[in-house]
Design a protein around this ligand. Structure first.
Ligand SMILES: CC(C)(COP(=O)(O)OP(=O)(O)OC[C@H]1O[C@@H](n2cnc3c(N)ncnc32)[C@H](O)[C@@H]1OP(=O)(O)O)[C@@H](O)C(=O)NCCC(=O)NCCS
Length: 180
């Protein structure tokens, strides 16, 4: 189980198998899946349901502070996206933040709002830095990383076997970005 979080507009909560149909609008969409590390588009609701069940089960074994959250609009609104804090492949002590929105909800600041809230929470859980790994032409994901205060620290293929832009967030970066 992940801890519930509220922002002004969003509720961050556990994934449930009943989210499958709405989640397919995110993970079944080419404009989203092409940017994810495995690049695999989820083909149908049954597969999506199995993926969500796996994510929910994995969360039980994860280190405190990490996990996968579904993003819904507050007040019983629709599922708009997902956000995760996951251990990096190398070194495993590092944590990656990843965000995904259904394309119909891009351009409203939801990923930024969720990422800020999750980063504040992660730093309260004693994490000292977070990373984002962004494919070279993924302009929107890089812009979100910068909007929350992340700094570009380099480029590497050591994480997922393909060249990725590495962004890092520390507590001071988050505070500074929040003051702008
Ligand atoms: C990456 C992704 C989540 C970014 O979505 P997004 O809606 O652009 O992200 P943000 O939440 O940062 O929103 C910023 C946009 O909302 C606008 N906005 C509106 N209200 C806002 C607010 N209150 N706060 C911030 N931005 C706001 C900004 O001006 C900006 O608009 P523009 O880029 O269209 O000019 C989305 O493109 C996506 O799901 N991509 C596929 C998956 C992916 O690449 N994930 C990342 C892998 S590393």
């Amino acid at each position: 189980m992940v801890e519930l979080l509220h922002t002004d507009r969003l509720l961050l909560r556990n994934w449930s198998a009943t989210d499958a149909q709405a989640a397919l609008k995110i993970y079944g969409h080419d404009d989203v899946s092409r940017w994810l590390h495995d690049s695999e588009r989820v083909p149908d609701a049954a597969t999506m349901q199995a993926v969500l069940q796996r994510w929910d089960a994995e969360c039980n074994d994860m280190a405190p502070g990490t996990g996968r959250w579904a993003l819904t609009l507050r007040g019983g609104g629709p599922l708009v996206g997902g956000i995760n804090l996951l251990p990096m492949p190398v070194p495993e002590a590092d944590v990656e933040i990843g965000y995904q929105l259904a394309p119909e909800y891009w351009g409203r600041g939801y990923a930024t709002e969720a990422a800020r809230a999750l980063a504040h929470r992660a730093f309260r859980h004693s994490l000292v830095e977070l990373f984002a790994l962004v494919a070279p032409h993924n302009v929107r994901a890089a812009a979100t990383a910068r909007r929350i205060g992340m700094e570009w620290v380099g480029e590497s293929d050591k994480y997922h076997g393909t060249q990725l832009q590495v962004f890092r967030l520390r507590p001071d970066d988050l505070t500074r970005a929040g003051q702008k």
